[in-house]
Design a protein around this ligand. Structure first.
Ligand code: ADP
Ligand code: MG
Length: 259
């Protein structure tokens, strides 16, 4: 992976992108997905990346995750550990219990059995699934499955969390609850989060800072700090006002592309 362990810029950066470009394919079929994206996420900061479908949000997250390589530019991550990842689909092992799913990264890290058990119990308490350890994924609701995925990601003990529309498939009520949970866990554990969503309200509910990507090629066209006190409510007037402002920018951007 092209990433370096020291972030370009400063040692006080959790995630750093400098002039990141991504081209898919070659020649006549080449697609410029990202064009010169520079972005720093501070330690403990919650950054939401928003933009229209196909603008390169997942591309950017995958590059930071090291799942793909940038065509140009640099990506730096604080610390040695790889970041925690969460996607729209929880990707649990269906034949394993909830406990065993959460235990997987702990096993990979070589933790002894007694310690693993303790950690699994603690992680399941954190995501409010203490009574569901013996269940299998198909016995759980979509929201519960995402809680398991979150617990499994937290088991990596990484300071950086990368999330690609993790609540996109959930109903509004469940999503609302998971926003509260994620906000609590993020603040307790002082995580740095890069969260991708096309849902502007969700971004205003969660983010310290919202970054707007333009449609292809993805470039940062707007960024705003969200100073609303926490915990926030998605239906509060403050959140609605920020969401309206970002939606207006997004609308202008999509209109520019005649989509
Ligand atoms: P988003 O997550 O914002 O919806 P993506 O990052 O998935 O956008 O995609 C950005 C652009 O890059 C889209 O035009 C998409 O078709 C293209 N793209 C994504 N992945 C690939 C790939 N593996 N090969 C070719 N083109 C791709
Ligand atoms: Mg995507």
């Amino acid at each position: 992976m092209t990433s370096t362990t020291t972030a370009p810029g400063s040692a006080t950066t959790a995630v750093a992108l400098a002039g990141v470009t991504k081209v898919y394919g070659r020649g006549a079929n080449a697609v410029l997905a990202l064009d010169g994206v520079s972005l720093d996420v501070a330690p403990g900061e919650f950054v939401c990346l928003v933009g229209a479908s196909g603008c390169g949000k997942s591309t950017l997250l995958n590059l930071v995750a090291g799942l793909d390589r940038p065509t140009g530019g640099q990506i730096g991550l604080a610390g040695q550990a790889s970041p925690g990842l969460m996607f729209q689909e929880p990707a649990l092992f269906p034949w394993l219990t909830v406990e065993a799913n959460v235990e997987v990264p702990l096993k990979l890290r070589g933790l002894p059995r007694a310690e693993r058990r303790e950690r699994v119990a603690e992680l399941l308490r954190t995501v409010h699934l203490a009574d569901f350890g013996r269940k299998r994924p198909h016995e759980l609701s979509g929201g519960m499955r995402q809680r398991v995925a979150l617990a499994r990601t937290l088991a990596l003990d990484t300071p950086v969390l990368l999330m690609d529309e993790p609540f996109g498939a959930l109903d509004a009520m469940t999503r609302d609850i998971l926003h509260d949970e994620l906000e609590r866990i993020w603040s307790e554990r002082k995580l740095s989060v890069l969260f991708v969503t096309h849902n502007v309200r969700e971004a205003a509910r969660l983010a310290d800072r919202i970054i707007l990507l333009s449609s292809r090629p993805g470039r940062i066209i707007y960024s705003t700090e969200v100073d609303i006190p926490r915990p926030r409510r998605i239906d509060s007037p403050d959140v609605a006002a920020i969401a309206a402002e970002v939606t207006e920018r997004l609308r202008t951007e999509v209109g520019r592309h005649g989509q």
